[in-house]
Design a protein around this ligand. Sequence first.
Ligand code: SF4
Length: 335
Amino acid sequence: MATGLVEPGKLDGIRAVADRYAIALTPTLVSLIDRADPNDPIARQFVPDPDELLATPEERADPIGDHAHSPVKGIVHRYPDRVLLKAVHICPVYCRFCFRREMVGPEGDGTLSPEKLAAALGYIREHTEIWEVILTGGDPLVLSPRRLAAIMRGLADIAHVKIVRFHTRVPVVEPDRVDRELIEALKGSGKVVYVALHANHPREMTQPARAACARLVDAGFPMVSQTVLLRGVNDDPAVLGELMKAFVETRIKPYYLHHPDLAPGTGHFRLDIAEGQKIVAALRGRISGLCQPTYVLDIPGGHGKAVIGENAIHRQGGCYSVSDFRGEEHAYPPR
Ligand code: SF4
C-alpha cells in the first residue's frame, strides 16, 4: 500500500486486518485521496482500519445469503428469472465495507476453472427461465478480454438469455482498462449488455472515469449505478445528490442505493435505516427525478432485495419488518 496513507498508531491493527481481509488500491484511487483530511471519504472506503476487527453479533460471513442459493459453483440463483455468474473473486480494489469480504481476494473463492465455468454455463443452459445473467464477483472486468470473450461466446448460443449485466468498479478505479479490446469482448455474445457502475462519492467520478463510461455507453451498453450508503462517505443529501447528478451527466441512470450489509467488521459504516430514509427523502424535489435512486436492503439470509424508502417498511419494537419479493416478512436486524 502507498506510504503515508495510514496513521502510525494504527499500523499494528492494520497488520491484523491484512491477515484476515484482502487489501488493494489502484494508483488512480490513491491519487484521489486527500492525505491532509483525516476523514477523507475516498480513504475511508479503501484504506483499512483496525475497526474492521470489531464484529457485532448480528454480522455474518455471508450477509446476503449467496451460499443458500448456489446450485453449482459460481452460480447464485436467488430470483426466478436471473442468476449471478461469479466468474472471479478478485477486485482491482477492496472496499472495506464489502458484502463479500469473506469470499473475495487472492485467498478468496478464486477464479472459475474452465471446467467449473462450463458447468455454470451448463446450468444456465438447462434453466430456460433464466432471462438475465449478472456477472459479478469479485469484479468481472478484471478478467482479460480473452477470458471475457470466452464467457460471452459461451452465453451467445443460450437463446433464453437475453440480457448480460456486468457489475464493476473498473471504470472508476482503473479507467484505462476500458479499452477497445475489452469493449469488443463484451460485444461477443450478441446479447443486450448492461453495465452497472459501483461508485459512492462524487469525487470518484473524475474526467477519466467519465470518459471510460462514455466509451461503454457509446459502444451501446446502457449503464446504471449502484451505490452503498456509508457513514462518513456519503451520508449527506448534498454529497449523495452530487453523486447522482454526476451519474446522470455521464449517461448512467441511478439505480440502487444499498443499505450497508451485515458483513463482519463493517459496523463503523452502517447507519440506522431511519437515517437512510431521511437522507433519501431529502433528495426528492431538490434534484431531478432522473437522479433518484431506489433505497434497498438485501434481506439477510438470502431472501432478496426489499425497497426500504419511507413508508415502504414499518418498525415494530426495536426491529423493522421487511417484506421479500414473495411477500414473506422478515425482521431486520435479524433476531
Ligand atoms: S468491488 Fe465489489 S466485490 Fe470487490 S471489494 Fe468492492 S464491494 Fe466487494
